[in-house]
Design a protein around this ligand. Structure first.
Ligand SMILES: [Fe+2]
Ligand SMILES: [Fe+2]
Length: 149
């Protein structure tokens, strides 16, 4: 397997960590899959990744994190490559899909420990709740609610 879950991947943001564990499991399922099941396993990984990356992209947008950010761009590039892999795999290029799967593991470790780690830190620092999508707490703690008249 090119990737296994470890504490080094934990980013202290439960929803993100759960999503990343799922990515690890689905990638392992791809790498374990016999040829007959490889495309199906790869497509399951793509469906997960659409949700996984889309969720992080939304969190970044909701908190105005990195307007011109390369994190979302990297998501797009990787997802496009995975979809291309599926198209080529459907046409019989199974070794290509296996090679992409083997490269995804090291890529994910690097991505999680840099871009996702920075995003998790940012979300915690602004008080954003990924579960509820609650906006960041006010940046002006001195503001008081208006008295009802
Ligand atoms: Fe992620
Ligand atoms: Fe990410």
């Amino acid at each position: 397997m090119s990737l296994a879950w470890s504490d080094a991947l934990s980013l202290d943001l439960p929803l993100m960590d759960d999503t990343h564990r799922e990515f690890v499991d689905l990638l392992a399922a791809v790498e374990r899959a016999p040829d007959a099941d490889l495309l199906r396993a790869w497509l399951r990984l793509i469906v997960h990744t659409e949700t996984h990356f889309g969720q992080e992209d939304r969190w970044m947008q909701s908190t105005r994190y990195g307007v011109f950010n390369c994190h979302s761009m990297q998501h797009r590039v990787v997802l496009d490559a995975m979809r291309e892999g599926a198209a080529r795999g459907a046409a019989g290029a199974l070794p290509l899909m296996r090679q992409m799967a083997a490269e995804l593991g090291p890529w994910f470790i690097q991505h999680a420990q840099s871009m996702d780690a920075a995003l998790a830190l940012h979300l915690r620092s602004v008080g954003y709740d990924p579960l509820t999508g609650e906006p960041p707490r006010s940046a002006s703690p001195g503001r008081r609610p208006t008295a009802a008249g």
